[in-house]
Each structure stands twice: as C-alpha cells, then as structure tokens.
Design a protein around this ligand. Sequence first.
Ligand code: SIN
Ligand code: FE2
Length: 217
Amino acid sequence: MTADLFEAIPDVRPLREVMADGAVLLRGFAQDFENELIPALREIIAQAPFRRMFTPGGHQMSVAMTNCGSAGWVTDHSGYRYDSIDPDSGKPWPAMPPAFRELAAQAAVAGSFANFAPDACLINRYVPGARMSLHQDRDEQDFAAPIVSVSLGLPAVFMFGGPKRADKPRRYRLEHGDVVVWGGPSRLFFHGVAPLADGEHVSMGRQRINLTFRKAQ
Ligand code: SIN
Ligand code: FE2
C-alpha cells in the first residue's frame, strides 16, 4: 500500500525551468545520450585520468578534473588558462567524442543558442564533500557562446547567482541527466556547487560527474 501511495505522487518539477534571462535547466535532457556518454567518458579517463589541481593561491581543489577537446582548462601556480596539452601526460587532451558534441549542441538549441560548437569540455568529478565555490567562467575568449553543463551520478545542489559575487544565489537540485545552459545576459553569472552529499548512484556509484562544454578559443 505504502509503495502505491508513493508512486502516486507526481514529479512536479518542470522539465524546462528558466533560471534567469539566458539560463535554463533542462531536466533529463542527457538521458537519451547516456548509452554513448558513459563508455566515451571511460575512454577519456583512461587516457587523461582525473587529477586534483592547485589554484594559483596554492589550494588543492576538492573537485578532480580532466578535459577533452582541442583545449582543456587547467589551473596551477601560474594561473587559470586553456591549454591544448595535458600537463600530466605532455600529450593533447583526448578528442571530444561525437556524442558529447551532439548533446552539447542540442542542449544549446533547447536553451535558444544556435550553432554551439564547443572546443573544450571540462570534466569535473565530485566525491562526497567535494564542492566548487562561487565563480564566473571567464577564461574563454568568446562570451557570445553559452556554457552547457551536464550532470551525471549523485545529485548536487547547484548555486546560480547573478552578475555580482554578492548576488544571492538560488539553489537547484541537479540530478543524473540534467543539463543547465547559460549564456547571453547570464553568461558571466556567478555559480557554484554545494558540498556533495554522500550517496550511491545506481549506475555511477559514489560520485557526481559534471561535463561543462565551452567555446574556449
Ligand atoms: C563548473 O562550474 O565548472 C561546474 C559546475 C558543476 O559542477 O555543476
Ligand atoms: Fe563554472
């Protein structure tokens, strides 16, 4: 009886939620791509394993990162930048798989941004407790292109603020398959991720993986 009662509760979260002018949350948008995304992700990680980078201030990030595409985001003592070479291997970052490109372009269209052709995909891995403090994505040369962010694995609380650091962020629960697109008037809005709660995701285990697609160069 109890199970039936729970099943009768409808999921009232809208599939498409406008977060700000130029920003939209597309729930479940990546689900149709999952069968291609996960194996492609495994191959990337085998070539360019996750690593916890250091900020210019000398702090080690709690989020582990890697990249695919012709440019990859890196941080070290000298600053933040995009680099075509993985500093750990000395080789170019793995190529961006077609399924990644396709998902990013289709999500951008759903967010009203046509012809999005990302050249960089930053891959973030959060284990329980990992977080990302409020920041702007401003290391890209082209702010006309949006950011497309794909969430996989454990749910997270995404904080989305405004153009000023002091703007109070709204909190959005991002689940496996959810995609956020922001650009245009909200391209430089502050955003971050609250410390990841512990849990076990059915297919991804005890972690959250986020893909952010950018036009970096
Ligand atoms: C980022 O801002 O680069 C990551 C956002 C996220 O993990 O959802
Ligand atoms: Fe970001």
